[in-house]
Structure formats: structure tokens, C-alpha cells
Design a protein around this ligand. Sequence first.
Ligand code: ATP
Ligand code: MG
Length: 464
Amino acid sequence: MSKEKKPTKPSLNKNTLKTAKRLLGYVTKTYKVQFIIVLICILVSSIATISVSLSLKFLLDDYIIPLIGQKSPDYTELYQALGILACIFLSGVIASFIYTRLMVVIGQGVLKRVRDEMFEHMQKLPIRYFDRNTNGSIMSLYTNDTDTLRQMINQSIPQVLMSALTIVVTFIAMLVLSPILTVLAVVMIRVMTAVARMVGGNSGKYFVRQQLDLASITGFVEERMTGQRVVKVFNHERISEEEFDQLNESLFVSSSKAHTFASIMGPVIGNMGNLQFVLTAVLGGALSVLGIGNITLGVMASYLQFTKSFTQPFMQIAQQFNSIIMALAGAERIFNMMDEEPEVDEGYVTLVNAKKDAQGNLTECKERTGLWAWKHPHQADGTVTYTELKGDVRFYDMTFGYTEDHMVLHDLTLYAKPGQKLAFVGSTGAGKTTITNLINRFYDVQDGKIRYDDININKIKKAD
Ligand SMILES: Nc1ncnc2c1ncn2[C@@H]1O[C@H](COP(=O)(O)OP(=O)(O)OP(=O)(O)O)[C@@H](O)[C@H]1O
Ligand SMILES: [Mg+2]
């Protein structure tokens, strides 16, 4: 249990933008058409929502108010207007149904691809990678971190796009309806974003910390579960428990802080939205009575509707912000793993089935003969030589360490003749397992002083 416990540390920096781009690349490359449809549907849906609010003005000012007090009112035009409104509303509903469905397909598809690529890459990683990272923290990439990605693709991306569009279109509509009242709205939005930044500014950091702590705790539990026998043998239960408590406490602190900030945000912005509603109503009413700014009953009704729906997208973006930060941190960890250098195997000497011909020369053959030969291609002249596998293993002046600063084997020379049985005896940590690791070529030695039947081990293909 000598593994390092901390997973690689992500941070929010210029890499974050690169990560976001790379993640978006997954979406746009595999699901280009679908994503374009999603964008169109989002546009349709937000325009439909706004048209419904905006139509209040026209319904009131142009259709309903003129009918008031008439002896025999003619409702045909009103019905027509309502019919058009219903159509717009319906198209909005259909559009939002389509894009939510599509985003689920895209999200799950991207995740499947990410998991596939992750696993495929993991198979190629050198043993060293698994020394540096606990199994649990690697597993956390497949579970916790991919889950944050799912949430981001399924929820955050469409939500933020929708909200941003709604803000822009609503703002234009508000400006057209009443420039004076819009000044008030702008001031309120400034205040709201400042408050949001004050309250939520820190929470992103804690969401990232929470993911890291989650990876640590998963790693720890996995390690202690597989090593439970060792824990018991060495009466290590109490210390184990203390170590777990520490990690658990850290997770408690980071997730409490993250979620406290996030949950304050909603009510704060919501209440400020209500305040804005009241202020707009008072100011609008006063202006209308004073006859300033051409504010009719229809304008007021429409505008108030917009005021209500204007704060909502800000709140939604603020809420999604944390999910996005969390997902990007998760994506960064996943991409870090995918970017780990895969193991390169420069070995070219392979082991093949062989038989002896009449002259006693070795030749390669497909079937099992019980006789094995090292197949040794020579690049210089294109020839191939075969030498019989005997099983002679020699170490010459081997010096090896897992890390540069801590050598485990010093000047080790040993040999095992073909068929000879050898035993390693030594205190724990002496390097017995290390020797077998080197024989298997789990770790490469720079000097290349291990030889199999006089062949440098670095020339032998790992699988062979
Ligand atoms: N994957 C690793 N990364 C870094 N250091 C390691 C790694 N594996 C072993 N070591 C270190 O190398 C040294 C030799 O370890 P090794 O496992 O070879 O000993 P051993 O003789 O097999 O001990 P034991 O009898 O307990 O099995 C120890 O100091 C150990 O801490
Ligand atoms: Mg050992």
C-alpha cells in the first residue's frame, strides 16, 4: 500500500478553455447534424416563449381594449389572434421536446465514446501509471467524472444556450416596449450579477475540490477493501478508520461549502427578481399616470411579464455555472488520463514455434512442436535468424529504481541456467518482487543488462 493517494490535480485556468473546446469537439464531430437541429430548436423555443409574452401587449391594446364597452363586439379578429398565438406556443413546445430528446441521445452517445476511448487507452498505459494512481481514483473517472459530463451535456449546455438566447431576445423586446423601464432593468441586472458573483464566486472552487475528494475517498475504500486481510493481520483497523475519517471530513467540508453557496444563490436572485417586479410596476404605473414614455396598459402587462421572465435565465445560468465547472474539471481529469503516454514497445524479437530440418537448422512453423525459437529480424540486411529458446536468464550489474531518487537494486548480478530453480530470500522491501517485475519487463531498464539466452531484454517484444 505504498501508492500515492492524491490524483492529478486539476485547476481552473487556461486549460479549462481547451478542455471545453475538446469536449465540445466530441459533441460537434459525432453529432453535427443533431447539434444543429438542437440549436435551431432552442432558437424556435426561446422565440416562441418571448412571442407569447410580447403578444399580451397586442392582445390588450389592439384586440381586447377596443372591444370593451361595444354593444355587439365582434370576436373574430381576437379568435384569429389567439389561434396564431396557440400555433406559436405549440411550435415552441414541440421544439423544446425535440431538443431535450436529442440532447439525451447526444449526451449518452458522447459518454459512450468517451468511456470507450478511456478504456482503450487505459489498456495501453504502462504499469507505472497504475503505481501512481489508486484503482479507486481511476474508477472514479469512469463513474463520478463521466457523470458530471453527462449532466453538463444533457442539462447545462442546452440550458445555458436557451438562457443566453432568451436574455438577448427579451432584452431587445423590452427595449422596444419601453426604453425608460429598461434602464431600471439594466441597473437591477448589474446589481444581481454582482451579488451572484459575491455569493457564488467561491463555490466553483469547492465543486472541483468535492470531485477530487470523492476520487480520493473512492481510491481509499477500494484499497482498504482489497487489502482488508493485510489490515487485519497488522491490527491496522483503528489507523485505517482515522485515515478514512480525515478523507471523509474533507469531502464533507468541500461538498457542504459547494452546496451551501449554490443553494443560497437561487433564493437571493429570485427575491431580487421579485423586488425588480415591484419597482417596475410602481415606476411603470407612475409614468403611465403622468403620461411619460407612452406606456399603455398593454405595454405594462407585457413588460411586467418580461421582467418576470428576464431574471429566470440569469438564475439558470448561475445554477448551471457550477455544474459546468465541475464537469470541466472532470473532463480535464479524463483527458489527462487519455493523454498519458501509452506504453511504447520497441521490442522486435519474438518467440515462435519451431522445428529442426534435416540439416538441424531451425525453421518456423505454425503448429506447436514443443520447441521454441527466438525470431530475430535484422534490419540492416533484412535477414532473420532463429535461435533456440533455452531459458538462460542473466542480470549484469543491474541498478534499478522505480523513481530516480530511490534505487532499489544496486549492482545486481545473477543468473539462472536453463531449467534451474532459484529462490529469492530477503527481508520485506528488499526487492524480490522488483526482480520478477523486471524479468517480465513490466518496467524498462535503461542499461539493458538483462539477457534472455544472450538477447537484450529490451529487444524482446513484451507480449512474447
Ligand atoms: N510500484 C512501485 N513504485 C515505487 N516503489 C516501489 C514499487 N514497488 C516497490 N517499490 C519499492 O521498491 C522496494 C522493493 O520492493 P519489492 O516489492 O521489490 O520488495 P520485496 O522484496 O518483494 O518485498 P516483500 O517481501 O514485502 O514482497 C521497496 O522499497 C518498495 O517500497
Ligand atoms: Mg514482494
